[in-house]
Design a protein around this ligand. Structure first.
Ligand code: SAH
Length: 379
């Protein structure tokens, strides 16, 4: 009950940004075990082998089952032709089987980007995006239902956090899209709704399963996890011996300015966030990506560019400028095209590695999290 109280509090968006480490642990406990049964799709091969052993089944059965779920992307036991009826019944009694339902999908006429809205077993909905690039297909997934980080320009956080997603629920966003498009997914970004470092254990398991040779076997180097800057978790991630890219939502160059956009900046100082980025690079050798959403008149001035150069100029990094995507609930506006160009050029003059995020699927889109919000309002 004590947890439920805290959970309720967390739903009310922490405008003061006071997020403690113990909050994160509690949020992880907040995942629902549907009908009290574990989700079979969230079990690693080793865990599945152990569970099947308890049911009197041999290890090769676990491997077959795992392949059905994570390589052949089966949507139900029905598709599993070499698994006996008897075992299927046992599995149904003991586990739930995550299989997302598509509520809607929209396809951009401009660039083929697709936005999916999925319904989870408990009726909650999450968004995912499929993007086609020259270097391969990329999926952007949600890591939580809602978010409690409260970033001012972000639609995903307006109603606070509902719950964490299970590893199987994150995987199934990719599996569904992969089946639906009939194309291989080669890149994965955790940049949809939610703060991945606020759902740490599940994210980690998800990454291991996604990159496992018995699953989709996506290269770790093609996986990017974006965080608003939860310092202890970033440091923990650095220790995990992974080759994934860490993206930090920087968005401002001083604590004061950052606090205006991101309440989390009240909890962790920029200095400590950047130290954690340096630590991540030291440990993994992976170049950090900084995301910087440009908001007109707030963080897009010449002074901001100068400060940004001073702040990260010495780091082996990539800067991704994102023209802010305005949401109707807030009055932040996108920087002008000239301001974006000038900002980019100032950084490039100092040999910083900069890209401006292409606006994929602008015709079908609203800002991140808007599809889910629109759906909720219509219900
Ligand atoms: N919680 C993670 C992932 C969030 S979404 C994080 O904070 O990094 C991925 C990126 O999109 C983040 O940098 C986020 O700040 C940014 N973002 C969210 N809403 C946006 C909007 N309306 N316009 C521009 N960028 C936005």
């Amino acid at each position: 009950m004590e947890f439920e109280t805290k959970y309720e509090n967390s739903k009310k968006c922490k405008s003061d940004g006071q997020i403690t480490d113990s909050d994160h642990v509690d949020a992880e406990k907040g995942m629902p075990a549907a009908e009290g049964k574990p989700d079979i799709k969230s079990l690693t091969l080793a865990e599945l082998t152990g569970e099947l052993n308890k049911l009197g089944e041999k290890p090769f059965r676990a491997k077959q089952l795992y392949q059905w779920m994570h390589e052949k992307l089966a949507r139900s036991y029905e598709e599993m032709t070499n698994i006996s009826k008897n075992l299927k019944e046992k599995l149904e009694q003991n586990f739930t089987y995550t299989s997302l339902n598509m509520v809607t999908f929209q396809e951009s006429q401009i660039d083929g980007t697709r936005k999916y809205l999925f319904e989870l077993a408990d009726g909650n909905v999450v968004e995912s995006v499929w993007m086609k690039y020259k270097h391969g297909n990329s999926v952007c997934i949600s890591s939580q239902v809602g978010c409690r980080m409260g970033c001012r320009f972000c639609a995903s956080t307006l109603d606070g956090l509902e719950r964490n997603l299970l590893p199987g629920e994150m995987l199934d966003q990719i599996y569904y899209i992969s089946r639906h498009t009939g194309e291989r997914v080669s890149n994965l970004v955790v940049m949809g709704t939610g703060e991945p470092m606020d759902n740490y254990d599940n994210i980690l398991k998800f990454i291991h399963m996604l990159t496992d040779e018995n699953g989709l076997h996506i290269s770790q180097r093609n996986v990017t996890v974006s965080t608003c800057g939860i310092v202890p978790r970033m440091r923990q991630l650095a220790e995990e011996n992974l080759q994934i890219t860490l993206a930090l939502s920087l968005h401002a160059t001083t604590d004061e300015k950052r606090r205006r956009l991101m309440p989390i900046a009240y909890t962790y100082r920029l200095e400590d966030v950047l130290d954690a980025c340096r630590y991540y690079f030291e440990k993994t050798g992976r170049r950090i990506t900084f995301e910087y959403s440009l908001v007109r008149g707030v963080n897009d001035t010449e002074e901001d560019a100068r400060e940004l150069i001073a702040l990260v100029g010495d780091l082996n990094c990539h800067i991704n400028l994102i023209p802010v995507n305005p949401i109707e609930e807030r009055d932040f506006r996108e920087s002008t095209a000239e301001a974006i160009r000038a900002f980019q050029m100032r950084l490039e003059k100092h040999r910083l590695n900069v890209t401006v995020r292409r606006e994929m699927g602008r015709d079908i889109d609203g800002a991140c999290g808007q599809l889910r919000r629109r759906h909720k309002k219509e219900m």
